[in-house]
Design a protein around this ligand. Structure first.
Ligand code: BG6
Length: 501
C-alpha cells in the first residue's frame, strides 16, 4: 500500500497551521500515519501560523481538530493521541514579515539540536496562493532551503498560479531557491487510491488495453459532482471558479491517467513523461469555440426540502454580481494516435444532487445490430471507474431476458474496491505526505504538466472574461446543472449520466 523506502528523521513545518486544510486534512492524515506506524521514531510537526499562541494551546487545537475530523480513530487511540501531541510544536510566523523567518530558523535549529533530529525539513504551504512566492523567498533569505545539514522540500498546494503566465512566473521564483526535486506540487486527486487503480486496471490486465482506444471507445465522461456549495470558502472561490479549482488540476490529471500510454517502466519519471504527453495533446479550444464546447453555470437560491440554500452570489465573500462559474462542462479532444476524434466530456459542479466522482468509458456499439428489431433498448456498453463513493469498477452490458424471444436487458457486473481492502483505504493526504517524506514525487504534478493544463484552460477563462455574449447559465441547487450542458453532445440522443451515490 505505502512505500517501503526507509523514512528518515524529519520535521514537518505547516504554514497556515490554523487553517481549514490543516485542521481537516493534514493533521488527521499525520495522526493516521502515526497510529499506522509509518512515521520515523524522530519526527515532529511544527505549526507556523500568524496567531500568537504557545505550544500547549496549539497542541490543544490539534487535538480538537483530530477529535472533530477523526472521531472514531481518536477515541480508539486515545493514548496514542496524547503521545502524538508531544511531537507537536508551534512558532508564530507572519508569512509576510521577513524577520519572522529568522525566528523560525532559530526555533527549528534549537528544536532539532535539542531533540537530536536531523535537519530534514518539509515545509507545507497550506496558505493562500498569493503567499507562495513570499514564503519561499523568506525561507531562502534565512538559508532554510539549504541542504548541507539535511534535505529540504516544499509542498505547494493548488492552484499553482492563476493562469499560464503566472504559473510560469511562480515556477521561476520557486526555482530561484529550490531545485525541481525539492518542489512537490500537490494534487490530492493523484493521491486517491482509486485514481492510482486506474493505472493498475489498465496496465496489469491484458483485456482492457486492447479496447482502450478510438477503435472501440465512443466517448469518455469524467464527472466530479459535489453536493455542497462553496460554504465559507467564497472569498477564495470567487477568484478561482470551478475551472481553476477542479478542472485545471484534478480533472485534467484524472484525464491524463485515463488516456496515457503505458510507460515502459513504473517509475516517477516514466509515468509523468506519459501523462504530460496527454495534456500537451489536448486540442486547444479557441475563444470562438468556447460557446460550443464549454458550458458554465452558477447555482441560485433554491429551497430543497425544508432547507433554503443561498445562491452563489449570496455566499459570504462572493461579489453580488459575480460571474464566477460553480459548474463547468467541457467537450475536449486529445489529438494523438490513440484518441483521435474521441470526445472527452468533463464536468464538475457544486450543489449537484450527489457527491460522485467517476470516469465512464462508453464503448462503441457492435458493428452489426442483430437484435435491433427485437428489443427496444440501445446497447449500453460502459466501463465505469468509480472514484468516489463506493469506489470500484463496473462493467455494463446487455443480457438476454430469460424466456421467449430475444429481449435484452442492461446488466452491471460490479467490483467494489472496499471488498478487496484488508485494512482501511488510506486518505489521499496520508499517501501523499508519506511519499514526500520518502522523496517519491510520482504522485505529485510536474511543472510541465501544470503548464500544459494551464495552456488548455487559459483561453477558455480568457474568452469568458472578454466576451459577454458567452452565457453563464443559472441552475437550481440539487439539479444536474444547466440543461444546456447536454448540447455538448450535439444533436444526438445522448446526454450526461445522472449517477446516484
Ligand atoms: C479541492 C477543491 O481541491 O477539492 C474543493 O478546492 C473541492 O472545492 C475538493 O471540494 C474536492 O475534493 P474531493 O476529494 O472531496 O473530491
Amino acid at each position: 500500500m505505502f512505500s517501503k523506502k526507509k523514512i528518515e528523521d524529519q520535521v514537518l513545518v505547516i504554514f497556515g497551521s490554523n487553517g481549514d486544510l490543516a485542521r481537516r486534512k493534514l493533521l488527521p492524515a499525520i495522526f493516521q500515519l502515526y497510529t499506522g506506524g509509518f512515521l520515523p521514531s524522530k519526527f515532529i510537526v511544527t505549526g507556523a501560523g500568524s496567531q500568537e499562541k504557545d505550544e500547549a494551546a496549539y497542541r490543544n487545537d490539534v487535538e480538537t481538530a483530530i477529535r472533530e475530523f477523526l472521531p472514531k480513530e481518536a477515541a480508539a487511540h486515545a493514548d496514542e493521541l496524547s503521545e502524538f501531541l508531544k511531537q507537536v510544536y508551534y512558532k508564530k510566523v507572519h508569512n509576510q514579515t521577513r524577520s519572522d523567518f529568522e525566528g523560525l530558523r532559530d526555533y527549528l535549529y534549537e528544536l532539532t539540536d535539542r531533540l537530536e533530529i536531523h535537519r530534514n525539513i518539509i515545509y507545507y504551504f497550506s496558505i493562500p496562493p498569493f503567499l507562495y512566492e513570499t514564503v519561499a523567498a523568506n525561507l531562502v533569505e534565512y538559508g532554510l532551503n539549504r541542504e548541507e545539514e539535511g534535505w529540504k522540500r516544499i509542498i505547494v498546494e493548488k492552484p499553482f498560479g492563476y493562469s499560464y503566465d503566472t504559473a510560469i512566473e511562480l515556477d521561476k521564483k520557486l526555482h530561484s531557491g529550490f531545485n525541481e526535486d525539492q518542489i512537490y506540487r500537490i494534487d490530492h486527486y493523484l493521491g486517491k487510491e482509486t485514481v492510482q487503480n486506474i493505472m493498475v486496471t489498465r496496465f496489469y490486465n491484458g483485456f482492457f488495453e486492447p479496447i482502450w482506444n478510438r477503435k472501440y471507445i465512443d466517448r469518455v465522461e469524467i464527472t466530479a459532482a459535489e453536493k455542497i456549495g462553496v460554504g465559507g470558502r467564497g472569498g477564495y472561490y470567487d477568484d478561482s471558479g470551478a475551472m481553476r479549482d477542479m478542472i485545471q488540476n484534478h480533472l485534467l490529471q484524472v484525464l491524463a491517467v485515463v488516456a496515457m500510454e503505458p510507460p515502459a517502466i513504473f517509475d516517477s519519471d516514466s509515468i509523468r513523461n506519459e501523462t504530460v504527453k496527454v495534456l500537451q495533446a489536448l486540442r486547444p479550444i479557441k475563444g470562438s469555440e468556447v460557446a460550443q464546447q464549454v458550458v458554465r453555470g452558477q447555482y441560485i437560491a433554491t429551497q430543497v426540502g425544508d432547507k433554503m440554500h443561498p445562491g452563489y452570489r449570496q455566499e459570504q465573500g462572493v461579489a453580488p454580481n459575480s460571474k464566477t462559474e460553480t459548474y463547468v462542462a467541457i467537450k475536449a479532444f486529445i489529438d494523438n494516435w490513440r484518441w483521435g476524434d474521441v470526445p472527452f466530456y468533463i464536468r464538475t459542479g457544486k450543489h449537484l444532487p450527489a457527491r460522485v466522482t467517476e470516469v465512464v468509458i462508453h464503448l462503441k456499439h457492435a458493428p452489426h445490430q442483430l437484435f435491433k428489431q427485437l428489443c427496444l433498448t440501445q446497447p449500453n456498453n460502459m466501463i465505469i471507474l468509480r472514484i468516489h463513493p463506493d469506489a470500484g469498477v463496473a462493467i455494463d452490458f446487455g443480457m438476454k431476458i430469460p424466456g421467449a424471444g430475444y429481449k435484452v436487458h442492461n446488466v452491471e457486473m460490479a467490483f467494489k474496491y472496499a471488498d478487496l481492502a484488508e485494512a482501511k483505504i488510506p486518505e489521499a493526504y496520508e499517501r501523499l505526505l508519506l511519499d514526500c517524506m520518502v522523496g517519491d514525487s510520482t504522485l505529485y504534478a510536474r511543472a510541465d504538466a501544470v503548464k500544459a493544463s494551464w495552456k488548455f484552460v487559459d483561453p477558455i477563462i480568457q474568452a469568458w472574461k472578454i466576451n459577454p455574449d458567452i452565457p453563464l447559465y443559472f441552475y437550481e441547487c440539487n439539479t444536474w446543472g444547466p440543461h444546456e450542458a447536454n448540447h455538448l453532445f450535439g444533436d444526438s440522443y445522448l446526454k450526461w449520466r445522472e449517477p446516484g451515490e
